[in-house]
Each structure stands twice: as C-alpha cells, then as structure tokens.
Design a protein around this ligand. Structure first.
Ligand code: 7TS
Length: 416
C-alpha cells in the first residue's frame, strides 16, 4: 500500500502561493483557515490568470466577430475542456457552466424534473443532504406531486444501507445524494448506491461540491447521470460551477432559463433551443470565473489529487485524535476512514457560535451553526455544531492549534 502512496505534500511550500494565508487577524494572531467546506482560498496562479484576462483578453463570448471576443471565447472553451478532463467526462459538451452547485441542482430539478416526472414518481435523497439537495426537490414535489423519500442515517452517521432495497422501486426516478457530506464529511458508498439505483431504472445525481475538490472524480467509472460542483470550493472563484450531464440525457432536456445564447432561432411566437451545452447557458456566462476555475484545475493537477487526499487524511486523523481526547468534546459522525477532511463537533455546555467566536479570537476560522443541513442536525438531536474543514494548505500544527484553542475556550467558560 505504502509503495503506491504519492509523495507527501508540503503545505508550507504551497502556502507561499496563497497571499491571504499570510494575513494577521484583528487579534494579531496569524490566520488559521479551517473553513474550506464553506469556500476555499485562491493561489496567485488563479488570481493572476483572472487578472490577465481582464487586462488582455476580455470580451463577451460566442458572439463577437472581433479578435478580443475570439480570444475570450477560446479561453472560456478551454476551461470547459479542462473541467471535462478533470472529471473524466466523455465530451466537453457534457459540461454546463452554472453559478454553482445550487444552480446546477436547480437546473436538473426544473428542467429534467418538470419535463419527465409525474405525480407519484419518487425521488430518493438521504438524511445527510445540504439544503441545496433537498429544497429544489421539495419545490419540485409541490409543482409536480412527486414523492420524496430519504435514506436514513444510522446512529454512527453512516447510511442505513439495509433500508435501500425497501426504498428503491420502479417508482424511483432519481437518486440524488452528496458524494461527501458537508457536516459529517462522510464519503458515501456510491459504488453500492449507483448500481442499485440503476437496477430499478432510476437516474442518479451526485452532489459533488465536497468531493470534486478533494479526490479524483471519474464520472464515467461512477456511471453518474448528473454531477454538480462549485468552483469556489476548489481554489477557484465564486460565481461559477458545473453541471455535468450525460450527453444523451442533456439533449432530451428542455432549457431551464430563457434568453440570449440558449437559442438557435427566435420568432415572435416561439423559439428553437440551441444544442447542449449552450441551451443551458442563457445570458452572458461567468466568463472570467470559468477561466479562473480552469486555472484552479491546473493548480490542483500540478499538486496531484491523490497527494491532496492523502494529506487531508493525515489532518483528519490527527483532528479526530486531538478533539476526541478533550473531555466534553464530542466528534460527530463516523470514524476517519469513512470521511473526507471535515470534522464537526459539539462542546458540552457551549453553543457552537460561542466556540467559533472564541476560536476566532485565536485567529482560527471555522463554521458554526447548522451548515445548511437542518434535517441532519435534527436527526443527530442537536441544533448546531462547530466544523473545521481542511484543504491542501492546512498543516498538522494548525490542527494542534485548533485543539489547544478548544481547550482554552472550555477553560474560559468554566471561569465565568
Ligand atoms: N452541496 C454541498 C454538499 C455543499 O457543501 C454545498 C455548500 C452546496 C451543495 C452548495 O454549494 P454552493 O456553491 O451552490 O453554495 N456548502 C457550504 C457549507 O457547508 N458551508 O457553506 C457552504
């Protein structure tokens, strides 16, 4: 096993690429950025790629006859090809640029859901989903009379796979779930769930917001029909995301939004939609963010996703050990071997917001609250948690600092 491992990643060297990581926080403490599941920071290479477009190549895409428009169109379409390669899609035309994971999932619910689902059809989700993969389906249920079902969680935070056969039937038209969940960080058993969904003829949507940035994704090997993710969680800018869809499925879907660029022809009474993916990219797309996402992919590929995944495993194991050893701290969810680089925890007798606030005074940025997963927190019997989430630039020393700051927060509380 060890012989196959990639060379270890050196976060100290990578950190030089990220100007913001050298910031001092208002308390004077250096920034310890552990909020990567919310959004990640940008290396100079990504920032410069975007500045260069604005300074030298910027114009609208797919419409100009002039040389600048040709340049920006080439760069934009090159970014689409990079995304295609990165997730091992067959064809760049299977890559739709959206504003992010949320828009990608809404696109599927509005376009595919409205066109192909009928009253009584079922969509299967899990209890661990981000609101982005719950609410669009609730809205679809209200519009189309479909039925939502939820794969339950066991007490250890893993999915109750034994319940899968009874929840899947000929009525199941879609199974939609996160590859890695955003609160517990669980890496879900897609290789069990996707074939089971296929066996009843259901389509599969993977919310890959927390997985594509951290581990190799191969949409063909997975056999996912749809896969959604966001640029801002993978060193890219906000405002751009991706919907991957199998070409033959995208081709039978009607447009989601109407406007410029998504049409072949318009008469006063009707329009003909453009081919995919333009059909789903109405209006001026996120041109520079998409090119920035392409630069982020270049950066991630240079570091190597296997090395990143291995590094995050180290940080996560250490975080479980450090936090798990503090009396009064409960680490949520399954053991590290079932997880990506996310650790959520509760501190006895302290509200998550107070924990996060005290960590912030030590320069440590974490998220606290329900993390857009209220049903999950309800299932866990809590209203809020504190979450640390790691990326390639985090260090083991930062994990130790997190542990020390949590202990200090407990001491402060006791003194009150
Ligand atoms: N799905 C998952 C699993 C997510 O973690 C998020 C964002 C989304 C969907 C939505 O992505 P967006 O880019 O469209 O906003 N998750 C978080 C989080 O955990 N904290 O802040 C944002």
């Amino acid at each position: 096993m060890i012989a196959d491992a990639p060379p270890p990643l050196d976060p100290a060297a990578l950190r030089d690429d990220f100007p913001i990581l050298h910031a001092r926080t208002p308390s004077g403490a250096p920034l310890v950025y552990l909020d990567n599941a919310a959004t990640t920071q940008h290396p100079r290479q990504v920032i410069h790629a975007m500045v260069e477009v604005y300074e030298r190549h910027y114009a609208n895409v797919h419409r100009g006859i002039h040389w600048l428009s040709d340049q920006s169109t080439d760069l934009f379409e090159e970014a689409r090809r990079k995304v295609c390669r990165f997730i091992h899609a067959r064809d760049p035309e299977e890559i739709v640029f959206t504003r992010g994971t949320t828009e990608s999932i809404n696109l599927v619910a509005r376009s595919w859901g409205d066109a192909f689902l009928a009253p009584g059809d079922e969509v299967l989700l899990t209890e661990a989903e981000h609101h982005s993969n719950i609410v669009p389906w609730q809205q679809l249920a209200a519009r189309r009379g479909i039925v939502l079902r939820f794969l339950p969680l066991r007490d250890d935070g893993l999915l109750h796979l034994d319940a899968l056969p009874s929840l899947l039937s000929q009525r199941t038209r879609l199974v939609a779930l996160a590859a890695t969940t955003n609160v517990l960080g669980t890496t879900q058993p897609l290789r069990t769930i996707i074939p089971a969904a296929r066996a009843v003829g259901a389509r599969v949507l993977i919310d890959a917001a927390q997985s594509v940035p951290h581990t190799v994704t191969d949409v063909q090997a997975l056999d996912a029909d749809f896969l959604a993710f966001s640029g801002h969680k993978m060193l890219g800018p906000s405002g751009v995301g991706v919907l991957y869809g199998k070409r033959e499925i995208l081709e039978e879907m009607p447009p989601f939004m109407g406007g410029g660029s998504m049409i072949r022809r318009v008469r006063l009474e009707a329009f003909e939609p453009a081919d995919v993916p333009a059909r789903f990219e109405a209006g001026t797309p996120p041109i520079v963010p998409a090119i920035g996402l392409g630069a982020a992919i270049d950066y991630l590929e240079r570091v190597g996703l296997d090395a990143i995944a291995q590094h995050e495993r180290l940080l996560l194991q250490r975080a479980h050990a450090v936090l798990g050893a503090i009396p009064g701290v409960r680490v949520l969810g399954p053991a590290p071997e079932h997880k990506g680089g996310i650790v959520s925890f509760v501190v006895e007798r302290m509200h998550a917001h107070d924990v996060a606030h005290l960590l912030d005074r030590r320069g440590i940025a974490v998220r606290a609250g329900h993390h857009c997963a209220m049903p999950l927190h309800k299932r866990l019997g809590i209203t809020a948690s504190t979450r640390a989430s790691f990326y390639l630039y985090n260090t083991l020393e930062e994990v130790e600092q997190l542990g020390r700051a949590v202990e200090e927060a407990q001491r402060l509380l006791r003194r009150k």
